[in-house]
Design a protein around this ligand. Structure first.
Ligand code: PMP
Length: 450
């Protein structure tokens, strides 16, 4: 329902926020958050009555949009019946959510450990891998984001980790493939893939395979730039893991649950990890939930021996009821198919067409409802539109791009020199066209800096 404009309430909400809310990843005094009055489907409204098309899906999690009536009803029903119950009991919403997730995860990832979100899912996956192998090290990619808790920060490659990276012994990073800004300077996807695999195997052999518990990768790295890996890369990593007895962890916190046009991005590459993390889209983020899908072999490690870890709210009934309803909606309403079809017929072609007309677009990458435009000062040199990790004046071109997109009615996802195009997976063709038109206007502003 469209909320009634009410600037006075909006001002009060914002004043209380400024006084008391300490925000993530932000210099508190420099932040100027929009006060949001309501949200529905692919849109949200501010208190002045302005409507925005949400091309961010929140933080890439409202895969079925805001306020889906079936999920809201399921949460209300669960709240009326049994709002909460401790994790050591069998509870209908929890066991049903686990069953529905296990039914969709690839291979024999049939046991589900529930967490409160993505970072703690990564923490537990790495702990399981270390306990299962009895080995200390984890290998992770430089261009990656795995979460804000300490171990998840330490395996993250994204420079946001710098300030809080405690340099935990046992984390070794490597370069996964990324042709546009390759560290290998190879010419083709195939060459980049081959060289990235060669680099990874060399890293494994110099680190000592018998010391490596896990390799953790985002199936499609998201926060670091939405970089679908070349064909064959993940299969190659799978082979190394089998060869050296290493646990393969795929992080599908962002790429999972329909985002790439498949239930899981692993399905796109026909690869089955030993552990797979998820969160966000599992219940469209309506109630915090994440988890680890666990292979039979690793689950067996903890068959007679206790798993030494847990969370008070593991498998919270409200969150699980939201997951059951969300998965139901996704299946009944063809949400995954919608992401695949409109990603291929509308978003991809639309973004490529924008790239032809706007010199600030260096590259278009993505699949499903998971796309990024890499903005550059020069297509020849590929110099990013703003420097790495830019702030303040140095970030002015991206700030101008974002302001122009908002002015045109779309809330964009802006990250360094990129805009990620990540609408809800059930967005309609008309909504996507509306968003592309707004990006067109915003890119004209970015072009001024070329
Ligand atoms: N892994 C990936 C791939 C993510 O994208 C994120 C969040 N953006 C996380 C882990 C962390 O999830 P959360 O913020 O729910 O802890």
């Amino acid at each position: 329902m469209t909320p009634q404009p009410n600037p006075e309430v909006g001002a009060a909400v914002k004043a209380a926020d400024r006084a008391h809310v300490f925000h993530s990843w932000s210099a508190q005094e420099l932040l100027d958050p929009l006060a949001v009055a309501g949200a529905e489907g692919s849109y949200f409204w501010d208190y002045d009555g302005r409507r925005y098309l949400d091309f961010t899906s929140g933080l890439v999690y409202t895969n079925i949009g805001y306020q889906h009536p079936k999920v809201v009803a399921a949460i209300q029903e669960q709240a009326a019946r049994m709002t909460t119950f401790a994790p050591a009991f069998a509870v209908e919403a929890r066991s049903e959510a686990a069953r529905l997730i296990a039914e969709r995860t690839p291979g024999d990832l049939d046991k589900i450990f529930f967490t409160n979100g993505g970072a703690d899912a990564v923490e537990h996956a790495l702990r399981m891998a270390r306990l299962h192998t009895g080995r200390p090290k984890v290998l992770s990619a430089y261009r990656s984001y795995h979460g804000g808790t300490q171990q998840a920060v330490n395996v993250t490659g994204d420079p946001r980790r710098w300030a809080s990276d405690s340099g935990t012994a046992g984390v070794v990073r490597f370069w996964a493939p990324f042709l546009y800004r390759s560290r290998f300077y190879a010419g083709t996807e195939e060459q980049e893939c081959a060289r990235a695999l060669e680099h990874l195997e060399t890293t494994i052999s110099f680190e000592g395979p018998s010391t490596i518990a896990a390799i953790v990768l985002e199936t499609v790295p998201g926060t670091a730039g939405i970089m679908p890996p070349p064909a064959g890369y993940l299969a190659g990593v799978r082979e190394f893991c089998d060869k050296y007895g290493i646990v393969f962890v795929l992080d599908e916190v962002m790429a999972g649950f329909g985002r790439t046009g498949r239930w899981f991005a692993a399905d796109l590459y026909d690869v089955v990890p030993d552990l797979m993390t998820f969160a966000k889209g599992v219940n469209s983020g309506y109630v915090p939930l994440g988890g680890v899908a666990i292979s039979g072999e690793i689950a067996d490690t903890f068959g007679k021996r206790p798993y030494p870890g847990g969370l008070t709210y593991s498998g919270h009934p409200l969150a699980c009821a939201a997951a059951v309803a969300t998965i139901g909606v996704m299946a009944q309403e063809g949400v995954v198919e919608n992401a695949a079809a409109l990603g291929a017929s509308v978003v991809g072609p639309g973004l490529r067409e924008l790239a032809q007309r706007h010199p600030s677009v260096g590259e278009v990458r993505g699949t499903g409802m998971f796309w990024a435009l890499e903005l550059v000062r020069s297509r020849e040199t590929r110099e990013p539109l703003v420097p790495y990790n830019a702030a303040g004046e140095a970030n002015a071109p991206m700030a101008a791009f974002a302001a122009a997109a908002k002015e045109a009615g779309v809330w964009p996802f802006v990250n360094m020199n990129r805009t990620h195009v990540v609408p809800p997976c059930n967005a309609s063709e008309a909504e996507l066209e509306e968003g592309l038109a707004a990006l067109d206007a915003a890119l004209s502003v970015a072009d001024r800096y070329v």
